[in-house]
Write a protein that binds this ligand. Structure first.
Ligand code: ADP
Length: 202
């Protein structure tokens, strides 16, 4: 089983590309689960309602809810039943978005028992492009979805990914997500094949 995580700022194409990778893998007859954080569970719903600005939690509570949603998420996945588990966002999102107000060491500590991904795909897209995509295609704008926030979150992502690579030996690959959906899709498959994450023979 390989656990592959997609990360990036809002509008970077996480949902699009994780679905395309799932379709590709299913086409190879592999067993695939595509999952997502925040989840559709009870704790995930509290988080989604906060992101949609319907309810409000202080930053520490929201951070703990994200970590609790993750333990609940992991407890409900039978990793052994699949060849690939793909997650659209995981703890690195939590670190990048919440470390603006919450200490990174605390964030890392409360995620200590979360399964380590085999490979993290970071979709690297300009914040301006992301905002354009979001405003063209969505009927609502969520918390963090403005240019200043996305720029800050992207900076955080880059710093944190470097830290996690060095300190925790996290396997991260950067994919230029500014290009067409098809070009990005191909790059993702190449990035996984190069790392021997995809054990597929044509
Ligand atoms: P995320 O899940 O990261 O927020 P989505 O996959 O939902 O992003 O993409 C946001 C919007 O941008 C969607 O309408 C999607 O169709 C569009 N989109 C995704 N990738 C690209 C791309 N490479 N080029 C142009 N538009 C894209």
């Amino acid at each position: 089983m390989k656990f592959i995580v997609f990360e990036g700022i809002d509008g970077s194409g996480l949902s699009t590309q994780s679905h395309l990778l799932k379709e590709y893998l299913l086409g190879t007859k592999a067993g695939v689960l595509l999952t997502k954080e925040p989840t559709d569970g009870m704790i995930g719903m509290l988080i989604k309602n906060t992101l949609r600005k319907r309810i409000n939690f202080d930053d520490t509570t929201l951070t703990l809810l994200f970590a609790a949603d993750r333990t609940d998420h992991l407890a409900n996945i039978n990793f052994d039943a699949y060849d690939y588990v793909l997650s659209d966002r995981y703890y690195i999102s939590n670190f990048a978005y919440q470390s603006q107000t919450i200490d990174l060491n605390f964030l890392i500590e409360i995620n200590r028992y979360a399964r380590k991904p085999d490979r993290v795909i970071f979709l690297d897209v300009k914040p301006e492009t992301c905002i354009e995509r979001i405003t063209h295609n969505r009927d609502h704008i969520e918390l963090y979805e403005n240019i200043e926030q996305l720029k800050l979150v992207k900076e955080n992502y880059l710093k944190i990914l470097e830290h996690l690579k060095t300190k925790f030996d996290l396997d991260v690959v950067f994919v230029d997500g500014n290009r067409s959906i098809e070009e990005v899709r191909k790059d993702i498959i190449d990035a996984l094949t190069d790392a021997n994450i995809l054990e597929i023979s044509d």
